[in-house]
Design a protein around this ligand. Structure first.
Ligand code: ZN
Length: 291
């Protein structure tokens, strides 16, 4: 089954909701990057979070960065308006023992740190906002970010189910947001409902799709939009060259002195770029021309 993102309104409640299923994409990234189970769970949740945050986008991309004091150190996830998704974790081999049969994502991310959201609408300016981590469990942090930073009271659940061989069995999540017309009783209803709902990983393990899970919360729902989600990396030789140019003239001079072509591996898709010395020389000349 293809991965997808849905935009939903409940028939009988004043909320809006988004749901994502991304099992295939997270498994693809796990295989590409050789992620440990805990890194898979954490990155899968971050990628689901980025997808849900991108649900409103008509153009451009959203970039979710989570930096904590746990052993994973940093997680990046990027989702575009057209459904392309990628992500990476600084330390993909981190191993932590299960904590009451669960992968301790909060521990791996750490509680001290921040969550940073960058929105790139393809215009000149980027919209950027950052807050401190609440739990490091990622779903709570995304909801807290939206509630505090964007003043949209939100509830979020993200789940990645990892099998015995480390393979991704299920990955998905939902985001529910209050609307200006939402009344107090509806908020109470939702809080009560969510507090009684089993953890999302449990629901996913029972084979429930994200639509069914949202129906368990709201009853009848209407799907306004369904967007295909897929792994896609935006790296290119041009981007690698821009990074090299940013290193500056002196650094490139050093590379030329060493006399070895530059090998750059994209951390998202593991593609290797080999930049020959004559190209480095051209890039250096480009800088001195500008300077
Ligand atoms: Zn790449």
């Amino acid at each position: 089954m293809e991965d997808y993102l849905i935009r939903v309104i409940p028939k009988n409640f004043n909320f809006r909701a988004f749901g994502v299923m991304l099992t295939k994409t997270v498994e693809e990234v796990r295989q590409l990057q050789g992620l440990s189970p805990i890194a898979t769970a954490a990155l899968g949740r971050a990628m689901a979070g980025a997808c849900l945050l991108s649900a409103d986008l008509k153009f451009g991309r959203i970039f979710l960065q989570i930096r904590g004091d746990g052993p994973l150190e940093e997680i990046l996830a990027e989702a575009t308006a057209s459904g392309a998704l990628r992500g990476m974790v600084k330390n993909p081999a981190v191993f932590l023992p299960l904590d009451s049969k669960k992968l301790p994502v909060g521990k791996a991310v750490g509680k001290k740190g921040f969550i940073n959201v960058i929105k790139d609408f393809g215009l000149k300016d980027l919209y950027q906002s950052s807050i401190e981590l609440l739990t490091g469990e990622i779903a709570e942090d995304v909801a807290y970010y939206l509630t505090v930073s964007e003043q949209i009271p939100s509830a979020c659940a993200l789940g990645v189910l990892v099998g015995k061989e480390g393979e991704v069995l299920q990955a998905g999540g939902y985001l529910i947001q209050k609307l200006p017309e939402t009344i107090e009783e509806e908020v109470h209803y939702l809080e009560e409902k969510l507090s009684k709902l089993p953890p999302i990983t449990t629901l996913l393990s029972e084979g429930l799709s994200i639509e069914r899970i949202l129906e368990q919360i709201f009853g009848e729902i209407e799907i306004l939009e369904k967007r295909k989600i897929y792994f896609c990396c935006s790296c290119s030789e041009g981007r690698v060259e821009r990074v090299l140019i940013a290193l500056g003239e002196r650094e490139l001079e050093e590379i030329l002195k060493e006399g070895k072509p530059v090998e750059v591996t994209c951390e998202f898709c593991k593609k290797v770029y080999l930049i020959p010395l004559e190209r480095i020389k051209k890039l250096k000349d480009l800088i001195s021309m500008k300077g």
